[in-house]
Write a protein that binds this ligand. Sequence first.
Ligand code: F6P
Length: 491
Amino acid sequence: MYGYGKAVLSAGNPQVVVVSNRGAYVLQEHGDTLIPKRTVGGLASAVEPVLTDYGGTWISWCGRLDNSGRKTGAMLEVPQADPRYHIQEVLLTEEEHTRYYHGFCNACLWPLLHQLPERCTFRQDYWEAYRLVNRKFARITLQTRKEIYWIHDFHLALVPQFLRCALPEAKIAFFWHVPFPPADFFQILPWGRQLIYGLLGSDLIAFHTPQYAQNFLETVARYYPVKIFREQGLIRFRNRRIIVSAIPVGINFHRFEQLAADPKVRLRAQEIRNSLGAEKILLGVDRMDYTKGIPQRLKALAHLLEQHPGYRGKVTLLQIAVPSRNGLGEYGALRQEVERLVGEINGHFDEVQGAIPVRYRYQSLDLPELVAHYLAADVLLVTALRDGLNLVAKEFVASRIDGRGVLVLSQFAGAAQELQGAVLANPHEPHDLARKIKTALEMPLPEQRSRLEAMRRVVKNHDVRWWWQSHFKIIKSLYPGTIPTPSAARL
Ligand code: F6P
């Protein structure tokens, strides 16, 4: 666990306001009492250590809908047992939640940014709700004065400019967690220019890969006659300097290593293996989302079993599908499709003896259970059609302290830039994917070990602390002398 004691927290360390649509907690009502309940997710686990180390405030929607017209939600200290930072809730009305979150964020921006335009719904009322909710987040953020404002993800692209207008001297960093598509593609968005203008309120705009950063710079150039220094990742906009950089999210490497060495977790991994009764285990862990390529993965498995019958009864795919965005029809339809495919494959390829081809679980896993699954697998399949980064790939690599295991990774996931030891595959092409799965299943141990070693070095060096320290160093370089150095923290 990272962290200062409480006394150090109050001793004037750099304090951050994190602003994101979803935070590390939702609030549950029990009579008159509000109970903070932890959420699971990449954004939450990457961002939280900075607040537990330095204190500060996390402003987010905490899962409650409220039509009473109240201006702000609750403010609490978390974790309740050992308070480290504040959460400030943003309340959404039902209509805002439908039009902003389900509408503009998930039915318009999400598919667009993942380059799936046929899935986009462009509606003026969605856009208006997005503006309104971004303004609401900004208004609540302005009530909290701290050294750095750190805004997250495509849900809140307009917040930096709203803050800049009210606080011209504010230090604002923005992290974009999803892919940023090529300029031609982004321009499909009818409100693209306004969205870019919103982001340009930041001092730093960071992405997972250099390609996303270049796509962003190109897009800015299409909308605004500004000076762009591509090599340096610098924009001069209205007498301000804006840094555009690639800083891929890291994970808490040591935590995964620790859990992977825990005898209880190792025992659980063995139990999982035994329960599947397979010689080789393929694992998939994804949110149930159409960008994750779960049907494509299942089709590739069917292809493999068709072409190489020797694998039948010997190989099992264990697919964990984490429930997500249930309010959207497409997500329900995807679940049905996945479950139909699982049934078909199991019906078609099940042998009288041996392992079942696919074991499917629609649930989320806590961290020890997740690591036990990573340890139980021979091969992790990450077959996203497009993915900003994919933290699951990094978590698997960090957990494999035994030097065994193969990562099959979509060439369209941002993590493919860093994890060169993975077996890269094209998820759109079932033959290619099936071939790559076969390569992974048959990879000799020394090769597994050397590929993992290379990937573990990268994941360890670019861990979660490196990620947020990199942001603060850049902000510090823009405002020399004003921000304490993060590396002074006891980590
Ligand atoms: O990674 C992109 C992202 O939108 C995160 O911001 C979010 O935590 C995750 O996907 C899950 O999405 P949602 O918050 O819509 O459940």
